[in-house]
Design a binder for this molecule. Structure first.
Ligand SMILES: [Cu+2]
Length: 135
């Protein structure tokens, strides 16, 4: 191995480290994104708000369609027991939402089709799942 090869190898290593750190940053940004919406943010017209009801054992609607960009999912638990909502492909999951409570999940979405589900044991199997289509 001569000096040029070594230099090339070293810069390839740095490039892959940079790519890896970029990917980690993107994932952290997604994971960190579920936040409570403020009143100022709620008034911005560009933000899409979609209401999703949670019951035993389904989401209503179970098929969601939104435009790419910032989306706020307003999750209302109209059921009798706690539920959550996870989008495994995005590494996103809310905490448990108690009966009669609501939470806003803020997402920055790229086009694609993402399945979502409730991760409470057995709920997905009982029908608590759906599909989010981002155009
Ligand atoms: Cu559930």
């Amino acid at each position: 191995m001569d000096a040029t090869e070594r230099l090339l190898l070293r810069s390839a290593w740095w490039l892959s480290l940079a790519a890896f750190l970029g990917a980690v940053g993107a994932v952290l940004a997604l994971v960190g994104s579920p936040v409570q919406v403020t009143e100022k943010e709620a008034r911005q017209p560009a933000v899409q708000r979609v209401e999703v009801l949670m019951r035993e054992f389904k989401f209503e609607p179970a098929q969601l369609e939104v435009r790419a960009g910032r989306v706020e999912l307003v999750l209302r638990n109209e059921g009798l027991i706690p539920h959550d909502l996870a989008i495994p492909a995005l590494g996103v999951k809310t905490e448990y939402i108690a009966a009669k409570k609501a939470k806003v999940l803020v997402l920055d979405l790229k086009p694609g089709t993402y399945s979502f589900e409730c991760t409470v044991g057995g709920h997905k199997q009982a029908g608590m799942h759906g599909t989010l289509v981002v155009r």
